[in-house]
Design a protein around this ligand. Structure first.
Ligand code: 5AD
Length: 432
């Protein structure tokens, strides 16, 4: 069979980008990508283990692939965070898997493809990052990793195990990748890191704010975004960079996890409710139009109704535009396993429902407030639901589907009048 590969990706932006890197690396080696797994001679599952549900999906998927492999010549590789976390246990449980490769080894494809290594789950000193071969799915946007790993030790989180310690790329390396992306027509850059604002150039010591400014000042960068920031790493230099560069998105994802200082302490989040609110206020003073989004965990061990109420009141106070909330999921080897009494499942489920109901109302009010306004929108492509319409995002990261000239170049910035607010998105019409 010819060299054809299929990649399936779960989880966060980092995983998405790792798949783009794997895909680019394979293409460079003469492989071609297929959209149908039955056509593939190599199947890669790029997995996520942030919560138990994500992890169990991998094993049910491997069960299906076993049948496919019985029919013909096929290599199966498990990549990503489940690979890192489970290592050899994957081969024991699913011996039809050919190799297991963690996130630290994305740059070392040859070793596993040749059959030389069946388990590659170390974090090589040199992470090898060949940015010229990233297979970017979007013609308008490029994601660029600036820091890998995480040095925080949040007690619920598996990431320090699966992604290793923090390693920042050099300033020059990042800027070179951004320039190359811009030269290839990408006008939107998204900087990525598990804790993106902990970035420090290993050569010069320059911080995240300095990097943001440098990237924003590159000719041709029409919009700059970044993901994910840790509240305790927000500093004046980051805020000033956002304030001073209008091409930096007016959007900040700032996961709070809980509104209760007691729970935050037990999570080892390194801030209190008051400190977090103060950070939000400092940012709002500098950038009043900013749109905040957050992540919240409900049912962390020992969370009482009163603690949960504090999460609700924090959401009311900050009025997040977008919010991602999850029931606490125990992860192997994390300190939270030993921290307190688990919250009963039905109680956690009920809290999650109440939290979403509250946020739904806030989001609705926010979306409605855009009605009648004309907003600058960066055009990304046809709308997913109606290909006759165009789709793009506002400066503060809301998706807008709109009617406009069908020949509108992708990547251009247009004024769009907002006529309607739907569930998560806005709708409108391009204006001259
Ligand atoms: N259980 C539930 N949610 C979790 N997250 C991380 N670890 C867990 C866990 N063990 C959530 C956090 C994080 C987001 C990416 O996933 O809210 O910000």
């Amino acid at each position: 069979m010819s060299k054809t590969f299929f990649i399936e990706t779960w989880g966060c932006q980092m995983n998405d980008l790792d798949s783009q890197r794997l895909s680019g690396g394979l293409k460079l080696r003469g492989w071609s990508r297929v959209d149908d797994e039955r056509q593939a001679s190599l199947i890669l599952l790029n997995t996520c283990s942030i919560r138990e549900k994500a992890e169990s999906k991998v094993f049910s998927r491997l069960g299906q692939l076993r049948e496919l492999k019985a029919e013909r010549q096929l290599q199966i590789g498990v990549c990503g965070c489940v690979a890192q976390q489970e290592g050899e246990r994957i081969l024991n449980r699913a011996p039809w898997v050919d190799f297991v490769m963690g996130p630290g080894n994305v740059g070392y494809l040859d070793d596993v493809l040749s059959g030389g290594r069946t388990i590659a789950i170390d974090f090589p000193e040199d992470r090898r990052y060949d940015y010229l071969t990233v297979d970017r799915p979007s013609v308008t946007k490029a994601q660029v990793t600036i820091i890998e790993g995480c040095n925080k030790n949040c007690t619920f989180c598996i990431v320090p195990t699966t992604r290793g310690r923090e390693v920042s790329r050099t300033f020059d390396d990042v800027l070179a990748e951004v320039r190359a992306a811009v030269d290839s027509g990408r006008v939107e850059i998204e900087l990525l890191g598990q804790t993106v604002n902990a970035y420090r150039c290993p050569m010069s010591g320059r911080d995240f704010g300095a990097l943001l400014s440098a990237v924003a000042e590159i000719e041709g960068v029409r919009r700059l975004r970044f993901m994910t920031s840790h509240p305790a790493e927000v500093n004046e230099s980051m805020i000033a960079a956002m304030r001073d560069h209008s091409n930096i998105s007016r959007y900040l994802h700032l996961p709070v996890q809980s509104g209760s200082s007691k729970v935050l302490r037990r999570m080892k989040r390194l801030y209190t409710r008051e400190k977090y609110l103060e950070t939000i206020q400092r940012i709002r003073e500098a950038i009043p139009e900013i749109h905040f989004s957050t992540d919240i965990i409900v049912g962390f061990p020992g969370e009482t109704e009163d603690d949960f109420q504090q999460s609700l009141s924090l959401i009311e106070e900050i009025r997040y535009g977008s919010l991602f909330a999850f029931k606490y999921s125990p992860r192997p080897g994390t300190p939270a396993l030993k921290i307190g009494l688990p919250v009963d499942e039905p109680i956690a489920t009920e809290r999650l429902t109440r939290l979403f109901a509250l946020h739904e109302r806030i989001k609705r009010e926010r979306l409605e407030s855009y009605r009648g306004k004309v907003l600058p929108v960066l055009v990304e492509g046809p709308s997913k639901h109606d290909p006759a319409m165009l789709s793009g995002r506002t400066d503060d990261n809301w998706v807008v589907n709109f009617t406009g000239h069908p020949a509108t170049p992708l990547g251009s910035m247009l004024g769009v009048r907002i006529d309607d607010a739907l569930h998560h998105t806005l709708r409108g019409e391009a204006v001259a």
